[in-house]
Design a binder for this molecule. Structure first.
Ligand code: PHE
Length: 342
């Protein structure tokens, strides 16, 4: 026992006299005294040689010794922990760690651009539910139950209640706006829509639309054309050509589809434009008087125009994406090509 006390005192003197001039020496101290093969461990090992009746006293001594070593270590460490991070070991001029940021989805980029162009013309944003009732998606849009044009849009009905469906176009949002607002109305309605199509490079069971609606006194087809010209020029540039073709939609009369000169081949003819030099980008027309009346809007006083476009199609033309499935596969090689775009 006396032996042990002598020994510990000797060690204590040695430890008390220890010094460190840098963080490495502090670490050496730790290894020498507190490490797994250090002095403290081996001194603790001595316990087994101490006779039973002295074990308690020896235990106390060793504990006290342990605290002594640890306290010394903390003191040495404190000398460097604060200062070294600034003065010695860290070079503040080094570049920081690179944090990889995600990118916006190309469809979001396109949608945001479309919306911001129409916002500049005074259109407000309107949104509505993806699950709709028959009235807002079809009935109010002049598509009664037996209307053959319902077949134009293969609808997903909700199994539990077939009077509910996944909206097939965001015209349903226009319906909700007309229901709650009085003219003048000027809204843009972006959103996801659903149609029961077999998935391929050219078709998907969901896609994205932006539809627009403008109702006021004296709104004419000339306003519709001018608004859409402006949109195309802002979206695709001034050199792009535009043409209107007569078309049919139950909710507009007259109706027209708008084509732009193919951006991929410059109008010479390619796969995307099916060798015609033109690609269709949207449907449009003057709001059918019946639709206005459905919402109590006086069709002798007010007129309006509406249009709807597919965000995927616009994105395809802008970024030359040739397979619709790429948009929803989340392949990082595809998505990271849009890093930095907003
Ligand atoms: N709702 C039509 C569609 O989904 C697009 C459209 C909107 C056409 C407004 C004309 C007017 O195909």
């Amino acid at each position: 026992m006396d032996n042990l006390i002598d020994q510990l005192n000797k060690y204590k003197e040695e430890i008390a006299a220890s010094n460190a001039t840098n963080a490495d020496e502090v670490e050496n101290f730790r290894i020498k005294y507190l490490g797994t093969k250090g002095l403290l461990k081996s001194v603790m090992g001595e316990m087994k040689n101490v006779p039973n009746d002295q074990k308690k006293q020896a235990g106390q001594l060793l504990n006290e010794f342990k605290q002594f070593v640890e306290a010394k270590y903390e003191t040495l460490k404190a000398q460097f922990s604060g200062s070294h991070s600034h003065s010695e070991n860290i070079d503040l001029s080094l570049p920081g760690n690179y944090i990889k940021i995600g990118s916006r989805h190309p469809l979001s980029i396109t949608r945001n651009r479309i919306v911001s162009i129409f916002k500049r013309l005074g259109f407000a944003l309107a949104e509505g539910p993806d699950i709709e009732d028959d009235w807002h998606n079809f009935g109010a849009m002049n598509l009664p139950e037996d209307h053959p044009a319902r077949d134009m849009q293969d609808t997903f009905y909700i199994h539990q209640n077939p009077s509910w469906l996944l909206r097939t176009h965001t015209s349903s949002v226009q319906a909700r706006v007309m229901e709650t607002q009085k003219p003048p109305i000027r809204v843009i309605c972006p959103g996801r829509v659903y149609r029961n199509e077999t998935i391929s490079a050219r078709a998907h069971c969901f896609f994205h639309q932006v539809e627009g609606l403008y109702i006021d006194e004296n709104v004419s087809f000339a306003d519709l054309k001018q608004t859409l010209y402006f949109f195309v020029q802002e979206m695709f540039g001034k050199e792009v050509k535009v043409r209107f073709r007569p078309s049919y939609f139950p909710f507009t009369e007259p109706s027209a589809e708008m084509d732009i000169s193919c951006l991929i081949c410059g109008g010479k003819g390619c796969n995307v434009c099916k060798h015609t030099g033109w690609v269709e980008i949207l449907g449009s027309g003057m709001v059918h008087p019946k639709v206005l009346e459905n919402f109590g809007i006086d069709s002798t006083k007010y007129t309006g125009f509406a249009f709807g476009m597919g965000v995927e199609r616009i994105t395809q033309l802008k970024y030359r994406v040739n397979d619709l499935r790429l948009y929803s596969q989340n392949d990082i090689r595809f998505l990271q090509q849009f890093t930095g775009a907003v």
